[in-house]
Design a binder for this molecule. Structure first.
Ligand SMILES: Cc1cc2nc3c(=O)[nH]c(=O)nc-3n(C[C@H](O)[C@H](O)[C@H](O)COP(=O)(O)O)c2cc1C
Length: 353
């Protein structure tokens, strides 16, 4: 196997994304990672993106203190699905001791093979608490956290940062984190003060990668299959993390891999495949969290799955009123039946790219 854990990946364009990699001691089948997304990347979601080819799928962030206080909802969020491997977890917190204790718990109780610390979440209530992106303003606290956490767990410790708060500081911060013991770092190529309407700054990310002593996972604006290889090649990062690009679109991983291997991502999934995958997502969620939660959560996932499909807005509106798995199923299957009449396309080939 051709492993490459170092910097400077400049292999034949685009094939590299499909090549295995060792990331801070974790052996990954390829360089595609799905992002931690609060309220999204639960067990059902992770199963679907892993099946599509993501080598690693981050669960939603969990609060160190909520875990330590035995909060049931948080404990439930922190579990892998049966057979999930590698299973990793991202912690949110600000105190080295509680983060370290929570890290030990997730390794010992849930079998996490890597622990990530969130240093990038810009949500006001998180930042007010001194957590997430607030840590970007205190590099010595970031270092203390990584030192403390990596001392107590026998698995790699990583962190997910942004380019900076309102000024880019990531290049310096990554060196500090590396000295403190971080095995790798994920860099979301935006500042804390940027919104999603600001394009991710891949050239700033490339500068961070160029001076980083540890592997960097690049993140930001990988929205289509071809973006993954472009990010890898334009920045020299070792792996690529996909966030919004896989919402209602687990296919982005298999299509990015197919593009890397054959030069063609293949056609986007047609409406019937989209609907059947949405229904599988619903069934997996219902089995895990119960029917009412699954139906509620399918409001947002369903809207993402249907995005770009013809005549989908009426279905999205009805999804908001559905109460049972049977109702959602009838709604989505009913949509497939009226589709040929509405668009002349049928369950076949139309889909956003
Ligand atoms: C709904 C949502 C929830 C998110 N939750 C988290 C989180 O729990 N932890 C984290 O580090 N980043 C979180 N993020 C940020 C993403 O992991 C990622 O860094 C960001 O979306 C940029 O990548 P993208 O341009 O591919 O979407 C979240 C993003 C979204 C859209």
């Amino acid at each position: 196997m051709n492993l490459d854990s170092g910097r400077g990946n400049r292999g034949p364009a685009s094939a590299l994304i499909a090549a295995p990699i060792e990331l801070g001691g974790l052996l990954l089948a390829n360089r595609l990672v799905s992002a931690p997304m609060a309220g999204v990347s639960d067990r059902a979601f992770r199963r679907l993106v892993r099946e599509s080819g993501a080598a690693l799928a981050f669960p939603e962030m969990v609060s160190d203190k909520a875990l330590l206080f035995g909060n049931e909802k948080t404990q439930a969020m922190a579990r892998p699905y049966p057979g999930e491997d590698p299973f990793v977890l991202q912690l949110l917190g600000r105190e080295p001791d509680t983060l370290a204790a929570a890290a030990r718990l997730v390794v010992e109780r849930f079998g996490a093979r890597m622990v990530d610390v969130n240093m990038g979440c810009p949500a006001p209530k998180v930042v007010r608490n001194g957590e997430g992106a607030a840590l970007l303003r205190d590099p010595s606290l970031c270092a203390a956290i990584i030192e403390r956490v990596s001392r107590v767990v026998p698995v790699p410790v990583s962190c997910k940062i942004r380019l900076g708060w309102e000024e880019p500081i990531a290049a310096r911060l990554v060196k500090t984190l590396a000295e403190a013991g971080a095995a790798f770092v994920t860099v979301h190529a935006r500042l804390k003060t940027d919104s999603y309407s600001t394009p991710a700054d891949w050239s700033a990310l490339a500068e961070v990668v160029a001076s980083s002593p540890i592997p960097v996972v690049g993140n930001g604006d990988v929205l289509r299959p071809g973006d993954a290889s472009r990010l890898l090649l334009e920045t020299g990062c070792q792996a690529v993390m996909v966030g919004r690009g896989c919402l209602g679109n687990p296919w982005i991983f298999e299509r990015a891999l197919r593009l890397a291997r054959t030069g063609d991502p293949g056609p986007p999934p047609g409406p019937s495949e989209v609907v059947e995958t949405a229904l599988r997502h619903l069934a997996l969620t219902a089995a895990d969290k119960g029917e009412p939660r699954a139906v509620l959560e399918m409001r947002k996932h369903g809207a993402w799955y249907l995005r770009g499909l013809p005549g989908a807005s009426a279905v999205r509106a009805s999804l908001m009123r559905a109460r049972t798995v049977a109702e959602v199923t009838a709604l989505l299957r009913g949509y497939l039946e009226i589709l040929p009449r509405e668009s002349g396309l049928g369950g076949g080939r139309f889909r956003r790219d």
